[in-house]
Design a protein around this ligand. Structure first.
Ligand SMILES: Nc1ncnc2c1ncn2[C@@H]1O[C@H](COP(=O)(O)OP(=O)(O)OP(=O)(O)O)[C@@H](O)[C@H]1O
Length: 956
């Protein structure tokens, strides 16, 4: 113990630069008492140099010496009393022995021993509560023993004198004190009662002293038994719960009890109950994320070979037990394991050594993570409000707990604020004049006409039926499909991580880990003085040593004094969409446009509110899972919102991804597949937004929610009446922005920017996906106005920066592995997106079509669209006027002044893109300022300055 302290003192700040040497020095000190003494003397010498002032170390030494003396005195006294019990210490000894036997009976033989050991234990460990508890519980054993002795010696009709005499003279029973207690108990509750009390004392003693839970022990045994059973019958089980077969069976069941099913989800099909139950146990074990005892997992004395053996199943984990000083040994089974090497002791307490873990609290991994998160923030005083602001609103209730009042306030203010072009994120776009050529304006109008006509036609169809939510049984469930326990591989990886970093001179402590569906995050706490960048620079070496496909380092983890290293799991687990829908987080989520995103790194279901995003950009390489992600978003809405509350506009230039949804009642118009039409649909949304704002102004409300409340108040009905109708939220989903941008770059960008700046309060939200995260598709304007992002895997760091403004997405694993970065988060959160197969979507869509009849549309919306088409902005007279770029006049004068016309020159001078410069040149050519293109030669300048000024005066 003392040496352990010495080694601690030996570590000084100078160890920062030479941590490895210092660490080894401190280890050798810990091992060798001689070296400890020499270091003590050197410290004494240094104390005398500091003018006789006692250092902390000297004070501790003095105290240690006093304790030693105390202990020896205690040893002498206890030895005296102990041997007196055998009559070897003369008259005095005999007198004391007789007296003590009289008081305590037979247990007097062990009392001196108990007293001495207690004293030694308290001195070496300090009078901590846990230590005192253990000492007292050993005392309970002695009391229980005395009770047993007294019971056997007889407890009937015993008086105080008889008890004393029995102890003092015959050395029997429990003596006056302990025997007396038993006699009292015996008289009060009888012999069986007394036996129960004795048994209770022994059990309490075992639990406290040995720090074991008998119930846990029993559970462990039964779990082991079940695992073995499952391993034996695994193949049979897998066949039995073949999801396809299960789904088929479910499909055949009647659809009558949909409502009931909706309220009571997740009841497995009865026929399969027995088998599914077995699987469920397995699955739950995984998501319980129960870490192994730290002594086993991160003990420095456990070699890599051991860990590997464990993972390969050579060694049963239960064979590992703790020895004094935290050294682990194998109880049996593997005699050929190499001897345990000595490694330096760490000051930092590993996660599994913490008292909360010892008390069993750490066994619920998700809870402990949360608690630790809070505790650590409380201790470090880290301001986590920034993280909490949105997390609380957009994430699950676990995160919501962490919300600060300030954050709530801010969100509230954001909710009710009237969107104002001045306050918009990018003022450039708000102030910029939207000038379009005459042709494109007319095209746009004709597209709008067509959309309005379609809606008008459809509006004359049947009345809307009551919406029936699709039953959950149409979706595949992941229940019972849990992973097999991967605790052994977690240990192995943790050990490798630690040793790899130590090989490069970076000493770390693995403080925690979180096991997600596809990756496991190890939380490492570096030793004081280790630069975080040193760890991030070792990414490739870690990857090499772990033989991992890719790793991502989060340094530091927001709100934690730790570095997170995310390592892909050997087997990644698909996240089933149905599991997300069945979760409380989704079921109780207040928003209509809730989006069940997936599961985060700790296995928690992540649900986000699209209304608060308020617009979302999903980008990633082809095959990364964007379409699946969009499908989960749409299906989340179908399972949460009625068509009266939420309407969808889908734009799918790829033509194959979203067309399946045609015919569901939520659709405002059929899925738009023609990119030209798509620009028109976006433009319609802009007009709809403008109209909504006019309505809001008319009814003196600030947003859609306020308007709908007003409708309810005025008409007395939720839905409103013919004159004043409730307005639905509108979600516009664009799958593949790049295709739209290719066809109508300017119009699409303009519409998206206008919508994204102002549509939030009007209840219109954009979800845009693209597989080309390049700056010509995700332009600065779009990026600045679409604040929430989902980055799927991309091919390069450049793409990742285009999406998220930071690296990281290039390290993702694909197949729905994403960085979810909604507005307000300090850093993106890694989430495994849910999986939805085409069959599941088809089943849900079929159900909705069957239940809702043919698609019907809101008549007033179509009328509004038809009206706005006529009097809408940019229509009529204004469209007849030619429109010019802002730089048209300046560019004309510049070109005439230089007598040279080139697009590149305009780009350089006005710092604009090629497209815009080319457009300006076309306008100048149309106006007759410059001649037509002449291949590689520059255009001719045809106007003089005077002529140009006259032109400007006349036409602009
Ligand atoms: N969350 C997920 N879980 C498991 N597998 C997934 C998940 N998301 C996607 N995948 C797998 O990845 C494949 C490609 O997904 P998806 O079609 O959504 O990619 P994409 O990014 O839309 O590609 P593209 O841009 O070419 O259309 C899917 O067929 C599926 O097998």
């Amino acid at each position: 113990m003392a040496t352990g302290n010495n080694s601690t003192y030996n570590k000084g700040p100078q160890s920062n630069t030479r941590s490895k040497t210092t660490a080894s020095r401190s280890t050798s000190t810990a091992r060798s008492p001689q070296k400890a003494r020499s270091s003590q003397s050197s410290r004494q010498a240094s104390a005398s140099r500091t003018g006789g002032r006692k250092t902390k170390a000297q004070l501790a030494q003095e105290q240690a010496r006093k304790n030693e003396i105390h202990l020896f005195i205690c040893l002498a006294v206890c030895t005296f009393f102990f041997i007196s019990n055998f009559g070897w210490c003369g008259v005095v000894g005999n007198f004391f022995a007789k007296f003590m036997f009289g008081l305590f009976g037979v247990v007097e033989y062990v009392l001196p021993l108990y007293i001495f050991l207690t004293e030694a234990f308290l001195l070496s460990n300090g009078a901590k509560k846990a230590v005192v508890n253990r000492v007292l519980c050993v005392g309970l054993f002695i009391v229980a023993a005395a009770f047993i002795f007294q019971l056997t010696a007889g407890a009937d009709h015993m008086t105080a004198k008889l008890l004393y005499d029995q102890g003092a003279q015959e050395k029997k029973g429990g003596g006056f004190i302990l025997g007396g207690l038993l006699v009292v108990l015996y008289n009060l509750i009888g012999k069986p009662g007394a036996i129960i009390v004795i048994a209770l004392l022994i059990i309490i003693g075992i639990i406290v002293v040995m720090n074991v839970s008998l119930i846990d022990f029993a559970k462990e045994r039964s779990a082991q038994f079940k695992n073995r059973y499952n391993a034996l019958y695994e193949d049979d089980d897998e066949e039995a719960i073949d999801p396809e077969a299960a789904l088929e069976a479910k499909r055949r069941t009647k659809l009558d009890n949909i409502k009931v099913e909706q309220e009571k989800p997740a009841v497995p099909v009865k026929k399969k109950k027995k088998k599914v139950k077995n699987k469920k146990v397995e699955g739950e074990e995984v998501h319980e994320l129960k870490p192994l005892p730290h002594e086993d997992l991160f003990n420095p004395n456990l070699t890599l070979q051991d860990a590997k053996d464990v993972s390969e199943g050579y060694v049963d984990l239960s064979l590992l037990k703790k020895k004094k000083g935290g050294v682990t040994e194998l109880r049996s089974a593997k005699a050929d394991i190499p001897p345990v090497p000595d490694t330096p002791k760490k000051e930092t307490v590993d996660f599994f050594d913490r008292p909360d873990y010892a008390n069993g609290a750490a066994q619920e991994e998700t809870t402990i993570t949360d608690q630790m998160w809070q505790e650590e923030n409380a201790q470090t005083g880290t301001d986590i409000s920034a993280y909490d602001e949105t997390a609380a609103d957009t994430l699950d209730p676990v995160h919501t707990k962490r919300t600060s009042r300030a954050a709530e306030k801010q969100m509230d203010t954001a909710d009710v604020s009237v969107p104002d072009a001045d306050e918009a994120p990018v003022t450039e776009a708000a102030t910029r004049k939207r000038k379009k050529t005459k042709e494109s304006e007319q095209e746009m109008l004709s597209e709008r006409d067509q959309i309005a006509e379609t809606i008008q036609e459809n509006s004359e169809q049947k009345p809307i039926k009551e919406y029936k939510f699709p039953p959950l049984k149409l979706l595949k469930s992941g229940r019972g499909k849990g992973t097999k326990s991967n605790e052994a591989s977690v240990r192995e990886t943790a050990m490798k991580l630690k040793s790899t970093l130590e090989n490069f001179g970076v000493n770390v402590t693995v403080t925690d880990y979180s096991c997600g569906p596809s990756v496991t995050r190890y939380e490492l706490q570096p030793e004081q003085g280790v630069k975080v960048s040193k760890i991030t620079n070792l990414a490739d070496d870690i990857k090499l040593n772990l033989a991992a496909a890719d790793i991502r380092i989060e340094a530091p983890i927001p709100g934690k004094p730790a570095v997170g290293i995310e390592v892909p799991n050997k087997e990644s687990q698909p996240v089933f969409f149905r599991d997300l829908l069945e979760s409380d987080n989704f079921q109780k989520f207040p928003s209509n446009i809730a989006f069940a995103v997936g599961k985060d790194i700790s296995g928690q279901v992540v649900v986000a509110d699209i209304a608060k995003m308020p617009h979302l950009l999903i980008a990633g390489a082809t095959g990364s899972g964007k379409s699946v992600c969009i499908n989960t978003l749409i299906m989340s809405i179908l399972y949460k919102a009625k068509p009266d509350d939420v309407k969808l506009i889908m734009v799918d230039p790829k033509q194959v991804e979203l067309s399946i949804y045609n015919g569901i009642p939520h659709m405002l118009i059929p899925v738009v597949t023609d990119p030209k039409k798509a620009a028109g649909a976006l433009n319609w949304a802009v007009l709809e937004m403008t109209n909504r704002y006019q309505l809001f102004a008319q009814y003196n409300v600030r947003n859609l929610q306020g308007y709908n409340e007003k409708v309810k108040a005025v008409t007395g009905s939720e839905e409103g009446n013919e004159d004043l109708k409730k307005l639905p939220q509108i979600v516009i989903i664009v799958d593949e922005l790049a295709d739209l941008m290719m066809v109508a770059h300017g119009e699409v960008e303009d519409a998206i920017v206008r919508l994204s700046q102002l549509a939030r309060a009007a209840g219109i939200h954009l979800v845009i996906a693209t597989q080309r995260p390049s700056v010509d598709v995700i332009t600065g304007l779009i990026k600045a106005n679409v604040p929430s992002r989902i980055a799927m895997t991309v091919s390069s760091g450049v793409d990742s920066r285009t999406i998220l403004d930071m690296n990281g997405a290039e390290k993702l694993l694909g197949k729905g592995d994403m960085l979810f970065y909604p507005t307000g988060y300090p850093k993106p959160v890694r989430v495994q997106g849910a999986f939805l197969s085409d069959d599941e979507i088809a089943d849900v869509v079929d159900f909705l079509k069957e239940e809702s009849g043919e698609v019907t549309y809101d008549e007033s919306i179509s009328k509004e669209i038809a009206n706005t088409k006529v009097g809408g902005s940019g229509g009529g007279a204004s469209s007849a006027e030619p429109e010019y770029d802002d730089y048209f006049v300046d560019a004309g004068k510049f070109i005439i002044g230089k007598d040279k016309a080139s697009i590149g020159m305009l780009q350089r001078v006005y710092k604009i893109g090629f497209n815009r410069a080319a457009r300006i040149m076309d306008q100048l050519s149309e106006a007759g300022v410059v001649g037509p293109e002449e291949g590689t030669k520059p255009r001719k300048v045809l106007m003089s300055m005077e002529e140009f000024e006259n032109y400007v005066e006349e036409y602009l």
